[in-house]
Design a protein around this ligand. Structure first.
Ligand SMILES: [Zn+2]
Length: 193
């Protein structure tokens, strides 16, 4: 498969049937919690490590992976688990339908920030605006974008997530998207015009 770093997966666009990332995934160990391993596309990981070192060295901010690649089967398990616990209405708004999660691409990741040896992740990160701002300002330099920016819920289908980054393997495109405060959906629409 030829890599398509601009593949669009969201609530309306399913991961393409012929999308096969398996030969490009690397398995890596979590620095923070050594019992956890992640699968992630090789270049995405390489650039994540560069972003991580930059933040650690220059800003004294320690970021760690909390989620990366997820198979459709894994997403199905999560779906079933939450369905049993909370019911269908909850799932519709909180859990990605198997096949429609960007995490199937291997090109995105969720981060947490380690502060005083504690891992701050998910919605807890909303309390750390200054730190989020520094991290987000460095994303495009390494080919990443903030995938679910504030105020783009109607386009992305997701509320603002400070922790979910998408790798595009193209610094210029990433910079363009971040500088113009676009989401990936808007950028791809522009390209088609
Ligand atoms: Zn995510």
């Amino acid at each position: 498969m030829r890599m398509n770093y601009l593949v669009l997966v969201n609530k309306n666009f399913k991961i393409p049937d012929d999308y096969d990332i398996s030969n490009h995934l690397v398995k890596i160990q979590n620095h923070y919690d050594k019992d956890h391993y992640y699968l992630i596309e090789e270049n995405t990981y390489k650039m994540f490590e560069e972003l991580r070192s930059d933040l650690l060295k220059n800003d004294n901010i320690r970021i760690e992976l909390t989620s990366a690649y997820r198979s459709i089967e894994r997403q199905q398990d999560i779906w079933n688990q939450f369905l049993e616990l909370y019911g269908e209405e909850y799932n519709k708004t909180h859990v990605a339908v198997p096949g429609y999660s960007e995490h199937h691409t291997g090109l995105c990741l969720d981060i947490g920030v380690v502060i005083n040896d504690e891992l701050i992740d998910d919605i807890k990160l909303y309390d750390y605006d200054d730190i989020n701002r520094v991290i987000i300002s460095k994303l495009s330099k390494y080919g990443f974008i903030l995938r679910y920016p504030e105020g783009k819920e109607d386009k992305t289908g997701y509320k603002y997530e400070t922790w979910h980054f998408r790798y595009l393997n193209d610094v210029e495109i990433a910079q363009y998207i971040m500088d113009h405060n676009l989401c990936l959906e808007e950028y791809l629409e522009e390209r088609c015009d």
